[in-house]
Design a protein around this ligand. Structure first.
Ligand code: HEC
Length: 218
């Protein structure tokens, strides 16, 4: 082996200047380090050109949008495949019901009460009881689901749409939780003020409907 030059010799080379008694090393950087560095520089030029000059590749926002689109598509699919039978089945699945109960406790309890009776300590809450056999907007699981997703047909009644806030997955869970308090075969009645009353023949504008909100009421 030929004698290597001092700078490559792994011998510490010290620079001449001294500052506060401290001297500076003057070593050659290791090749692996230098090559990593050169590759970074080359990669930067390529990436900069492709990404910023040619406009190829997705921005972070586009990537997030794409990911959300995938989630939304799978949710839309989940919704398509949901029917009364499946919702009843979910209402028997302890995991789904527990998840729905958690959502209920944070989102619905204020108006429908901790025991779904729409009362708390004897005080009536704004919502309707969800544990009784009387339904205003239909007792079929898919009817309940639609109502919770989209809110009451007359939003001024105070039941807001929940799908925008919770997403379809959590809405389905919370409906499964409500259904877990019911039974497939239970008999139900429609509330006197139900918009569904009248059976097949759509009811004419109900004369007894509560008057429109009074002017100045808002
Ligand atoms: C701000 C108060 C409020 C909150 C919060 C609320 N609701 Fe309601 N809910 C109402 C009111 C008021 C009605 C009655 C609407 C009507 O009279 O048309 C209602 C009606 C319903 C009905 C229909 C009952 C029937 O007899 O047909 C269901 C089901 C329901 N809510 C479920 C839920 C669920 C599930 C949540 C939580 C995700 C929730 N609600 C959160 C106020 C609320």
């Amino acid at each position: 082996m030929e004698p290597s030059k001092s700078i490559n010799d792994n011998q510490p080379v010290l620079r001449d200047h001294v500052y506060d008694g401290i001297q500076e090393y003057d070593q050659k950087l290791p090749n692996w380090w230098l090559f990593t560095w050169y590759i970074c520089i080359i990669w930067f030029v390529i990436a900069w050109f492709i990404y910023y000059q040619m406009g190829k590749g997705l921005s972070d926002i586009e990537k997030i949008d794409a990911a959300i689109a995938v989630v939304e598509a799978s949710r839309a699919k989940a919704l398509e495949s949901v029917d009364d039978e499946k919702l009843w089945a979910m209402s028997k699945d302890p995991k789904i019901v527990a998840a729905g109960e958690a959502t209920y406790k944070t989102t619905c309890v204020a108006c429908h009460g901790p025991d779904l009776s729409a009362h708390i300590a004897g005080v009536k809450l704004p919502g309707l009881p969800l544990n009784d056999k009387e339904w205003k907007h239909g007792h079929n699981p898919t009817q309940v689901l639609t109502l919770v997703r989209k809110g009451a047909p007359d939003l001024t009644k105070g039941m807001p749409p929940w799908e925008p806030q919770l997403g379809i997955g959590r809405v389905i869970e919370v409906v499964a939780f409500v259904l877990s308090k019911h039974d497939v075969n239970e008999t139900f009645t429609l509330a006197a003020d139900s918009p569904l009353k009248g059976g097949a023949a759509p009811a004419p504008a109900p004369a007894a409907a509560p008057a429109a909100p009074k002017a100045g009421g808002s």
